[in-house]
Design a protein around this ligand. Structure first.
Ligand code: NAD
Ligand code: UFG
Length: 337
């Protein structure tokens, strides 16, 4: 299939581009490069041996999206493009609704105009709000605690209405848990601008010596060691999940919310120890107060993905840490003077 990846030069998009193109799909990337770099295309060529066209454009520019769908005869869209920092979304709600909700509407308008009706949307476990029970199933009530989460929820609701309005639409809302890790080549990975918000890139920078210590946000949660528990999933497993969803949609119209997680939760301190083992480096840390808005534990019931998509995460916590470390080393060498 010819598949458009919006946000395709970003962290999850670039790994999905590798998997889809290695399965024989023709992949086209569209990105405004607000949080990624065009050099990713060179890295993708080194990994896959293939040239993937990159359209430098904004998803809110409907004519650009439409022209891309026409030019490359696109049959399915994976819509990654959007902003994703929870804290920033509280400061800049208009930007978040514009990029995430308006951006999706623009993609849908272009798809409608061009008769493309297969869509995989990057949703998030954040749509569950404060967990009322664990592990989280797709039937857990939804709710949002910040504008980022609300933008994902709004889009999911729009997509469900769209699928109800017209049986031609085939839509998967993939609710990612905590994506971490990198491609085994070390050529692509997560490279946040400035101080990382997320645990794994922060730990990697401490292990590399770029930061002195990790702040552990609270050790008084009702979890086995008191620190927050999350469902970390290797980004290559996540990428495989997108390929499985595209296959599933061929025969299954409608709008399908599906968790992509491992079902296994790890605490912050377990992550620190696993990273120390994988990297052979110390990761000094200091316990600080809880981060506002954090929940004690969040992990998936991944059974629906297994049943519908025949997909299950395969890679281990050690794979997640080793590949992150490998990418951090490549990055660190490139960035050091
Ligand atoms: P990322 O920032 O690395 O990738 C997003 C890409 O979209 C970037 O390359 C950015 O330049 C591009 N982009 C942003 N706004 C755009 C616009 N208006 N037009 C065109 N391109 C635009 O983030 P990621 O981690 O790869 O996340 C991809 C998707 O998955 C996002 O929608 C995010 O909300 C969702 N998600 C991510 C996580 C996570 O922890 N990484 C968890 C749950 C859901
Ligand atoms: N943490 C620390 N120190 C840090 C960073 C994080 O102790 O420097 C802790 C957090 O308190 C939490 C855990 O590590 O217990 C994971 O935190 P992350 O920021 O890595 O991830 P979150 O679960 O908070 O959020 C992530 C994405 C959201 C997404 C959510 C669910 O950032 O966008 O997963 O998919 F909504």
């Amino acid at each position: 299939m010819n598949i458009l990846l919006t946000g395709g030069t970003g962290y999850i998009g670039s790994h999905t581009a590798v998997v889809l193109s290695q399965l024989g799909h023709r992949v086209v990337l569209l990105d405004n490069l607000s949080n990624s770099n065009a050099q990713v295309v060179d890295q993708l060529r080194r990994i896959t041996g293939l040239d993937m066209p990159l359209v430098h454009g904004d998803v809110r520019d409907t004519p650009v999206v439409q022209h891309t769908l026409e030019k490359f005869d696109i049959q399915a869209v994976v819509h990654f493009a959007g902003l994703k920092a929870v804290g920033e979304s509280v400061q800049k709600p208009v930007e978040y609704f514009s990029n995430n909700v308006q951006g999706t509407l623009s993609v849908l308008q272009a798809m409608q105009a061009h008769g493309v009706n297969t869509l995989v949307f990057s949703s998030s476990a954040t749509v569950y709000g404060e967990p009322q029970f664990l592990p989280l199933t797709e039937s857990h009530p939804t709710g949002a605690t910040n504008p980022y989460g609300r933008s994902k929820l709004h889009v999911e609701e729009i997509l469900a209405d769209l699928a109800r309005s017209d049986p031609k639409w085939k839509i998967a809302c993939l609710r990612y848990f905590n994506p971490v890790g990198a491609h085994a080549s070390g050529l692509i990975g997560e490279n946040p601008n400035g101080i990382p918000n997320n645990l794994m890139p922060f730990i990697a920078q401490v292990a590399w010596g770029q930061r002195t210590e990790l702040q552990v946000f609270g050790n008084d949660y009702a979890t086995p060691d008191g620190t927050g528990v999350r469902d970390y999933i290797h980004v290559m497993d996540l990428a495989q999940g997108h390929a499985a969803a595209i296959d599933y949609l061929k025969q299954h119209p409608g709008c399908h919310p599906i968790n992509l997680g491992t079902g296994q939760g790890y605490s912050v301190l377990e992550m620190v120890r696993a990273f120390e083992r994988a990297s052979g480096q110390a990761v000094p840390y200091r316990v600080t107060p809880r981060r506002p808005g954090d929940v004690a534990a969040c992990y998936a019931n991944p059974q629906k993905a297994h049943e519908l998509l025949n997909w299950q995460a395969q890679l281990s916590l050690d794979d997640m840490c080793t590949s992150t470390w490998h990418f951090q080393q490549s990055l660190g060498r490139l960035e050091s003077p």
